[in-house]
Design a protein around this ligand. Sequence first.
Ligand SMILES: [Zn+2]
Length: 113
Amino acid sequence: MTGRKRTKEQTNRVFGEEMIPCPKCGSWNLGYQSPIKTQIEATDSAEDVLKKYFSETKSGKTPLQGPVFIWCWECFHKGPALDCTGRTSEEVNSDREVARKVRSLWNEQQEKK
Ligand SMILES: [Zn+2]
């Protein structure tokens, strides 16, 4: 990932506000993570997986597999998670309030150091 390091400015632009770097490694390579539930089996071919993925996301109601959080792509440090159980991926991804809360959870990490 060394060739794809983000700068502070890039990260702040992506998230739309002032972010703190990863408290563990200082990286600006941060991203949202909102795992989705899929019916993918270990025996599925790549084609099956794509078909299932598209049909599930196309329905517009992709159930979330777990909580939403921001994580570091460099050291895989996870920020505090926001529990969105029972909501769909589409709902959460378009919910600015969820994104705002997850960002503020991430940014609060520094204060606890
Ligand atoms: Zn890190």
